[in-house]
Design a protein around this ligand. Structure first.
Ligand code: PAF
Length: 282
C-alpha cells in the first residue's frame, strides 16, 4: 500500500493511474478503523481498479471540542488494517495539507431542509464541515466513486446533494451498516463506552427493529413514542432524537405509506458517548 502525506505526491501517483485507464474508488475515514470501514474498502475493491482511503480527523465537523479531542486516534493499527484488506493508496494528511488557506469554509452550500433536520438540528455546523472536507478531498483524489456507510445516513444524503450542487463527476455508493453480533452498529466511538454502557447499547438496534414490526399495529406517532420510551426505560440512555423520515427528503412522515422507503433514525446519549443508528423500512 502506498502512503502519501502530501497532496502533490498523491495527485502525481493517481494521475499516472488514471492515465493508465484505472478507475478509482475512494473511502474517506477519520481513522479508528473497524469492520464497518473494512466493508467500505471491500466495496471499493469490488467496483474499481484502485482503492484509495484517507485518514483525517476533520476539525471543522466537530461541534464539541471534547468530542474532537477524545476522538480515538489509532493510525498504526489503521495502516495495518488497510494494508491487510488490500487498500491500494492511503492519504494521510495534516490539517495544513487539507486546508492550506485556513479552515474557514470558502463555499457555503444550500442543503435546504436536508441539513436542518436530525443531526443537522442537533450538531450546529456539522454538515458544513463534512461538506467542506469531502469537497476538498474529492478535489484532491478525483475518484470515480466515493464509498460511504449507511450508518451515517444523513451524511450520505448530504454528500449526494453536494455532488449535484458541484456538478461532480464522482458518484456515491452507499454500503450497508455493519453490526456487532449483538446488533450494535459499528462505530469508532464504541470503544469509549464503559463495559456496562456497552452491554446496554444493543437496545438501540433492538428498538429500531421493533419499529419495523410495529408498522403493522401502531401509528407512526405511537411507534416513535414507544421506541423512545423503550430506549430511555433503564434511565442510562437519553434520546436526542428518534424520527421516521422520508428516505430522500429526510422529512418526518405521518403515515407508513408516505414514501416507498422510510428511514428510522436515532441519536442516543449513553454516558459520555453519543451514538447514531438507523434502519431502512421498505
Ligand atoms: O464519516 C466520516 O468518517 C467523516 O464524516 C468523513 C466522511 C470521513 C468526513 O470527515
Amino acid at each position: 500500500m502506498y502512503i502519501f502525506k502530501k497532496v502533490s505526491d498523491l495527485q502525481h501517483h493517481l494521475e499516472k493511474e488514471s492515465e493508465a485507464g484505472k478507475t478509482i474508488a475512494f473511502a474517506p475515514t477519520m481513522g479508528a478503523l473497524h469492520d464497518g470501514h473494512v466493508s467500505l474498502i471491500d466495496q471499493s475493491n469490488e467496483i474499481a481498479d484502485i482503492c484509495v482511503s484517507s485518514i483525517f480527523v476533520n476539525p471543522t465537523q466537530f461541534d464539541q471540542k471534547e468530542d474532537l479531542e477524545k476522538y480515538p486516534r489509532t493510525v498504526d493499527a489503521d495502516i495495518e488494517i488497510l494494508a491487510k484488506n488490500k487498500c491500494d493508496v492511503l492519504f494521510l494528511p495534516e490539517v495544513e495539507d487539507v486546508y492550506p488557506d485556513g479552515m474557514e469554509a470558502k463555499e457555503q452550500y444550500d442543503f435546504g431542509q436536508l441539513g436542518n433536520v436530525l443531526e443537522g438540528a442537533h450538531r450546529s455546523g456539522h454538515f458544513e464541515g463534512v461538506a467542506q472536507v469531502v469537497n476538498r478531498l474529492l478535489e484532491i483524489v478525483k475518484p470515480n466513486w466515493i464509498v460511504m456507510g449507511q450508518k451515517d445516513y444523513q451524511q450520505t444524503a448530504i454528500i449526494r446533494r453536494l455532488l449535484k450542487l458541484t456538478n461532480s463527476k464522482t458518484e456515491i455508493v452507499v454500503s450497508p451498516t455493519i453490526r456487532e453480533e449483538d446488533g450494535l452498529a459499528m462505530s469508532s466511538r464504541n470503544v469509549r463506552l464503559e463495559p456496562d454502557e456497552r452491554a446496554e447499547a444493543p437496545i438501540i438496534n433492538e428498538v429500531l427493529e421493533g419499529v419495523r414490526t410495529a408498522a403493522d399495529k401502531l401509528s407512526v406517532a405511537m411507534a416513535k413514542k414507544e421506541a423512545i420510551l423503550k430506549i430511555e426505560k433503564s434511565g442510562s440512555m437519553k434520546v436526542d432524537y428518534l424520527d421516521i423520515v422520508h428516505f430522500e427528503t429526510l422529512q418526518s412522515v405521518k403515515n407508513w405509506d408516505d414514501a416507498e422507503q422510510l428511514v428510522v433514525c436515532t441519536a442516543v446519549h449513553l454516558g459520555k458517548v453519543r451514538l447514531i443508528d438507523n434502519i431502512i423500512i421498505t
